[in-house]
Write a protein that binds this ligand. Structure first.
Ligand SMILES: CC(C)(COP(=O)(O)OP(=O)(O)OC[C@H]1O[C@@H](n2cnc3c(N)ncnc32)[C@H](O)[C@@H]1OP(=O)(O)O)[C@@H](O)C(=O)NCCC(=O)NCCS
Length: 185
């Protein structure tokens, strides 16, 4: 229900509150690994927290601010990806993502990100897509680099990660260059 098809293996699906237990179980299994780079783990300690998160994603979608969706890989929940609130005034969106550890190394996020960039520039007619990743988060940085995003520089001490600030590398893609390089659009 309410899924976008990336390819034969990957679907991007809106979650409903009934999926909270499954989402929480995946987060909880991957807690230590995800906590290295994501700031919300200590605020997500029960299925109720995942239910509230899912509710917020449905509100975001209903409010025309873009969507955050489950990554379903060969029928199994593998992680989440989506747009942070779309900036319609400037026709720009940030993409964020995470994958359970055991699903890494298969190009799932790269393929899902390529799809969401195509969707942003094509369907949503946005002009700019941004992916930000911590300087030391090499696996995350490799995703926009693989997709040909431009490294636009490093913003300093942008994110508070439990007990320290991290610097984020800003990767941007623009509609004109994306369409030129991905001519199927
Ligand atoms: C960041 C994160 C999503 C990256 O996961 P990932 O599996 O490395 O990324 P992808 O799914 O795109 O897979 C890329 C890997 O699959 C390989 N691969 C296989 N088939 C591929 C394909 N068709 N296309 C692209 N890559 C492919 C690539 O070579 C690469 O392998 P490598 O790491 O050995 O070089 C994951 O490590 C994660 O969730 N980390 C914790 C949370 C986090 O940091 N989130 C991001 C915050 S900014």
């Amino acid at each position: 229900m309410f899924c976008l098809t990336v390819d034969n293996d990957i679907k991007l699906c809106l979650r409903e509150e009934r999926h909270a237990e499954e989402l929480f179980a995946l987060v909880d299994e991957n807690r230590a690994y995800l906590r290295e780079w994501l700031p919300w783990l200590d605020a997500n300690t029960s299925p109720e927290d995942s239910r509230l998160f899912i509710k917020s994603t449905l509100e975001q979608f209903a409010n025309n601010q873009g969507f955050q969706v489950a990554i379903v890989y060969r029928g199994r929940l593998a992680g989440m990806i989506g747009y942070h609130k779309i900036d319609w005034a400037n026709r720009s969106a940030d993409i964020g993502y995470w994958l359970a550890a055991k699903f890494q190394g298969q190009g799932i996020i790269t393929r899902a990100c390529r799809f969401l960039a195509d969707y942003a520039f094509g369907e949503l007619e946005l002009n700019r897509v941004v992916i930000r990743a911590a300087v030391e988060n090499h696996k995350s940085r490799a995703v926009p680099e693989r997709l040909g995003f431009t490294n636009e520089g490093t913003a300093r001490q942008v994110e508070w990660l439990y007990d320290h600030f991290v610097d984020l590398v800003v990767y941007g893609a623009l509609a004109a260059e994306w369409k030129k390089e991905n001519s199927e659009l």
